[in-house]
Each structure stands twice: as structure tokens, then as C-alpha cells.
Design a protein around this ligand. Structure first.
Ligand code: C2O
Ligand code: CU
Ligand code: CU
Length: 457
């Protein structure tokens, strides 16, 4: 489980290394401060941060604080990428809700490989309101970064892009959690808090437990919900987080509970239902034949990526609260304007935004500072796109393809837009004036240019 940093003033040094991740072979990875995945940063609301990012890998890089609202030059815009052996100095204040945010590299065209090779970690903000709830913490709070990787038969992690992967995203054959393949964790028979991040490059995952037991979602991208909601599965796209409470009290010592993930990407649904597990699966979906042919996975074919072993009896002082927080969303009736964003497929080139590919300094959308806007995403392509806006948290209003899932009812910064769907989000642009990006969080789509600038003026 990732190393923890209590942040105010520190350095993050990105380095290349070789690590054994799955099987016997060592793989080329990038570490931050020697850690893989990157250390968990914990801060309190109101703190000021000084972070020096030292780029000691062999390509340009920059760090973006996903979900944080920081000034434009602190946001990790690709134009700010620094060359190997250079340092970027971040100085910013934390003034937003407690929540499970994260951070990862954001250089133009290189985000996919850098995240894939290991750069990226959780960024946890705490505040007094949340502290008063006495949610499970310390040993009872588990950060879970789930990432799909591809391993060769010899166990080496590989990343290479053919035309199909550029179009669809890079899919793997193995899920790692916190950099490990199918680990187990010893728990007591009590409540745990899981901070779950889908940190995969392209894979949308449906999480549940192998015995179908239920759990509670208490928060999403932008922090706590108004109340816990009991569910038995949750779909997260790359970039999305969920804050979960799991009650192991009905289990007895000696029992094992497995967490599973099922792939949900699809070309019109054809790939839905495929299992990706802690184990290897067949080499199917980076070639065209496989694209069409899979989709027959079943819930018991081994999609478990993490096992909880109950080893301890314990009196649990925690009682699930009825209410968590008050969500003060802006009022839709006060909207200043609606902006339509079309997700388009450009012949032979891949998915784009309003027919255009990313250009570093072209302003694609101009937004008045303080404006309340509805962004309406229309997905005219054959595949889902997780759209992410920097510098803001938003409220999902609706999706044309069906009701919002429970975790979609809180503050969000990344939203799944299925093929053919229209999704509307309501957001207020209160960040400092300047240039920010929004993009698809399928990292190969992003690297291929499915990204655009918006300027707050
Ligand atoms: Cu998590 Cu612009 O990214
Ligand atoms: Cu972001
Ligand atoms: Cu996309």
C-alpha cells in the first residue's frame, strides 16, 4: 500500500526503475520518491503547499492535481511541462471540500505512458466537517488505486500503441491494485473506508464483491455526499473516484471476500461483460478480431483483483451516519449559458472535441469568471468517453441514456458519456483567470488530441 506523505513542503522526484510487478520478469517503471504507485499526499483544507517536482525521467513531464482548483500555472497544463532534469515549483493553497483527489503527469502526448509506467497517486484533502463524522481512518481507511496493465507471457509490463490502441485506448490483461497483482489484505470484522480510484489508462470498470454483498457509497470525485447510499456495484471510468464504506461485520474470522472488476468499455456494448482479473486473460482486445469477439465473460470467471481476509474480531465503535454533509449545489435556474460540446470521430484520426484536436495555445472555449454554465456533452462516437474538466467541480444534471448512478449525485470532475448519449453538467467557473484544459480521460484519446483549452476571462 502506497507510502504516505503529510504535505506542506516537499519534493517529488520522478525516476526510472525496474520493478517486478507480476510474474517473474522486471518491468520498466517510473517511480515518485522511489515509490510505486506514487505516495499518497494528505493535506488539510486551509494548508498552503510547496511542492517541487523534479523530473528525472527521460521525457518532459509536469504534474496535474486532478480535481483540485488551483491557479492556471499550478494546474499542470501541458504547456508548462519541464524537460528532463528540470524542476517545476508548485505553490498553492488548499481551499476546497475534503475528498479523494489525485495527481498524475500531464505532458502533451505523453500522459498515457507516464501514468501507465507508474506516476500517479492519491491526493487526500481533509476538513473539520468530515473529521467530525469519525469515519473509519488509519488502518481502517484503504487507498485503492486500480489500474489495468498488460503483461507479456514472461511477466514484463508492456505499452505500445498501434493504430487500434490510439483509436480505442490501451487495454491490458491484468489489474493491479496499488501496484500489486491480486494481493490480499487482512481486515477486522468491522467497517472500512475504501478510497477507490480507477487509474487505468482506458478501461472502464464495474466494481463489486464476488458474493454480491452490498456496500455504501459516501462520496465521489469532489467529496462527501449528503447521505450514504447502499449499492452492490459501481462503475468508474479512468479518472473517477469513489469513497466507499464496507461493513465486514457479518463475516467471521477465517472468511475471505474478494473484490472484482468487470470491463465495461464497449463498441456498442460488444465488449461489455468481459472480465479482467488479477490473473491473466487472453490477448484479445488490442487486435481487431478480439474487438468483436469477446464479451462472454461471466461474473465467476475470476475478475477478483483484491482479497480481504478477516483475521480479527473487533468491537466496532463506528455507526453509519444517516447524513454526511449538506450539498450546496448552484441552482440550475441561475445558469448564464449552455455550451454544447460534441465528441466526434474524425476519419482515420480518432476521437476529437468539436471536430478538433488539441493545440497547445489555441483557446477553444472562453468562459467568464464566475459564470454558471451548463456544459452539454454529446457523444457522437461509437465508444464511451470519460470527460474531465480542470479547475472546477460540477453537478451532473442528467444523462439521456438513463438515470444517474448513486455516485453520480455528488460533486464530480469526470463523467462517463456513453456512445450516443447526451450528458449535461452544471458548473461554476470560480477559478483564477487563465488557460485550463478539458479532455477525455481515456489517456490514449487525450494523448491523441481529444483535449481542448478553455480560458477563464
Ligand atoms: Cu486527471 Cu487533465 O487529468
Ligand atoms: Cu484534472
Ligand atoms: Cu475518449
Amino acid at each position: 500500500f502506497p507510502e504516505k506523505i503529510r504535505a506542506t513542503d516537499f519534493e517529488l522526484a520522478a525516476e526510472t526503475a525496474r520493478r517486478k510487478l507480476a510474474g517473474d520478469a522486471a518491468s520498466d517503471v517510473y517511480t515518485l520518491n522511489g515509490s510505486l504507485p506514487s505516495p499518497t499526499i494528505r493535506v488539510k483544507r486551509g494548508e498552503s503547499l510547496a511542492i517541487d517536482y523534479q523530473n528525472r525521467i527521460d521525457q518532459e513531464s509536469i504534474i496535474h492535481w486532478h480535481g483540485l482548483i488551483v491557479p492556471p500555472d499550478m494546474d499542470g497544463h501541458p504547456k508548462d511541462a519541464v524537460q528532463p532534469s528540470q524542476t517545476y515549483n508548485y505553490r498553492f493553497d488548499i481551499d476546497q471540500r475534503a475528498g479523494t483527489y489525485w495527481y498524475h503527469p500531464h505532458p502533451d502526448k505523453l500522459t498515457g505512458p507516464q501514468v501507465y509506467r507508474g506516476l500517479g497517486g492519491l491526493f487526500i484533502i481533509e476538513d473539520e466537517e468530515e473529521q467530525a463524522l469519525n469515519l473509519p481512518s488509519g488502518d481502517y481507511e484503504l487507498p485503492l488505486i486500480v489500474q489495468e496493465k498488460r503483461f507479456s507471457d514472461s511477466g514484463e509490463m508492456t505499452y505500445s500503441l498501434n493504430r487500434m490502441a490510439r483509436m480505442m485506448g490501451f487495454f491490458g490483461n491484468t489489474l493491479l491494485v496499488n501496484g500489486m497483482q491480486a494481493p490480499y489484505h487482512e481486515v477486522s470484522n468491522r467497517f472500512y473506508r475504501l478510497r477507490l480510484l480507477n487509474g487505468s489508462n482506458a478501461r472502464i470498470l464495474d466494481f463489486s464483491f464476488s458474493d454480491n454483498s452490498s456496500f455504501y457509497v459516501i462520496g465521489s470525485d469532489g467529496g462527501l455526499h449528503d447521505r450514504p447510499c447502499e449499492i452492490s456495484s459501481i462503475t468508474l471510468t479512468p479518472g473517477e473516484r469513489a469513497d466507499l464504506l464496507v461493513d465486514f461485520s457479518s463475516y467471521s474470522v477465517g472468511q475471505e471476500i474478494r473484490m472484482t472488476a468487470e470491463a465495461r468499455n464497449g463498441m456498442g456494448g460488444m465488449m461489455d461483460g468481459m472480465m479482467v482479473g488479477g490473473g491473466m486473460m487472453n490477448d484479445e482486445n488490442n487486435n481487431e478480431e478480439g474487438m468483436m469477439g469477446d464479451g462472454m465473460g461471466s461474473r465467476n470467471s475470476g475478475g477478483a483483483f483484491l482479497e480481504f481476509r478477516v483475521t480479527n474480531e473487533e468491537q466496532d465503535p463506528f455507526r453509519l451516519p444517516q447524513a454526511l454533509t449538506e450539498l450546496s449545489f448552484p441552482n440550475e435556474a441561475d445558469t448564464d449559458r449552455t455550451r454544447r460540446i460534441d465528441l466526434t470521430m474524425e476519419m482515420m484520426q480518432g476521437p476529437a472535441i468539436n471536430g478538433k484536436f488539441f493545440e497547445m495555445l489555441r483557446t477553444d472555449q472562453k468562459v467568464q469568471q464566475g459564470a454558471l454554465e451548463i456544459w452539454e456533452f454529446n457523444n457522437g462516437t461509437m465508444m464511451p468517453h470519460p470527460m474531465h474538466l480542470h479547475a472546477t467541480q460540477f453537478k451532473m444534471l442528467d444523462r439521456s441514456g438513463g438515470p444517474l448512478a448513486p455516485h453520480e449525485r455528488g460533486w464530480k470532475d469526470t463523467v462517463r458519456i456513453d456512445s450516443g448519449e447526451t450528458v449535461r453538467v452544471l458548473t461554476k467557473f470560480d477559478a483564477e483567470k487563465g488557460l485550463y484544459v478539458f479532455h477525455c480521460h481515456n489517456l490514449e484519446h487525450e494523448d491523441n488530441g481529444m483535449m481542448a483549452n478553455f480560458e477563464i476571462v
